[in-house]
Design a protein around this ligand. Structure first.
Ligand code: MG
Ligand code: MG
Length: 255
């Protein structure tokens, strides 16, 4: 079932989104050559705690997962696409990191992700991050009243294709509100003019995941969580929670 949010609910989601943005900024600020992923998690956790927010990631256990998720962020490095566990791995010069974070505040949820490099960046990684950002921007721009979910999916896919990047087609965006994952599903590939109609008050997490190797294949790591490219190529993942409004798409996960 899809819940259309009231304007008051969207205001509350904006506050949850602010916490997410601040937590991501703290995780990014903590990231440097030699930093452990666990320290990025601790930095994000401190922001959530200060705001009195709950993590929808911590202890999360979807059907595919063998264990409850142990962090408040997902930290996915290099060939990891998403769902990476913030463990004792120490960041190295030139690593590409994607950090995904959620927060629940006063019963409403925000979800966002960023990708960035540590130390001296590889030019190809910067291009991949820029393409993923363009895909997200295109998806958000398509999230207007009168469009359908397929218009968002198609806009994301068009950028991925132009950048010759692959995408893990089983994973994509989602409705969001009282829970992190709500209907409708927002695939990163689809046909324009098809799918759920976009109305004022619909809140969506839009999250392209681009894989530089150009193939759609991925595998799940032995940890049961981390999604990795099968060809070893690098991946980027950028996400915002947005609201469809009569005034246009409103990004909720900003500082
Ligand atoms: Mg997310
Ligand atoms: Mg999400």
């Amino acid at each position: 079932m899809v819940e259309i949010k009231t304007d008051m609910a969207l205001e509350a989601m904006r506050e949850a989104g602010r916490v997410v943005a601040n937590a991501l900024a703290a995780a990014r600020a903590a990231a440097a050559v030699g930093t452990r992923l666990r320290e990025l998690d601790a930095a994000a956790r401190a922001v959530l705690d200060d705001a009195g927010a709950r993590s929808p990631f911590l202890g999360y256990r979807p059907s595919f997962a063998p264990t409850p998720f142990p962090g408040v962020i997902c930290a996915s490095v290099n060939d990891a696409v998403a769902h990476g566990i913030p463990d004792d791995y120490r960041l190295r010069d030139g690593d590409l990191v994607s950090v995904d974070c959620g927060a629940e505040l006063d019963g409403w949820t925000g979800d966002a992700a960023i990708s960035f490099t540590v130390g001296t960046p590889r030019p190809a990684d910067l291009e991949l991050i820029a393409a993923t950002q363009r895909a997200l921007d295109a998806g958000i721009a398509a999230a207007t009243v009168g469009h359908r979910v397929g218009d968002i999916s198609h806009a994301i896919d068009a950028v991925a294709r132009e950048a010759a990047c692959g995408m893990p087609s089983d994973f994509g965006g989602h409705g969001i509100g009282r829970h992190m994952h709500e209907d409708p599903h927002v695939p990163n590939r689809g046909r324009p003019g098809r799918g759920f109609p976009l109305r004022h008050g619909l809140a969506l997490a839009i999250e392209p995941m681009l894989m530089a190797g150009g193939r759609d294949k991925y595998r799940t790591d032995v940890d049961g969580w981390t999604l990795r490219t099968t060809d070893g190529s690098r991946a980027a993942h950028i996400e915002h929670t947005i609201a469809v409004t009569e005034e246009g798409p409103r990004v909720l996960t900003l500082p």
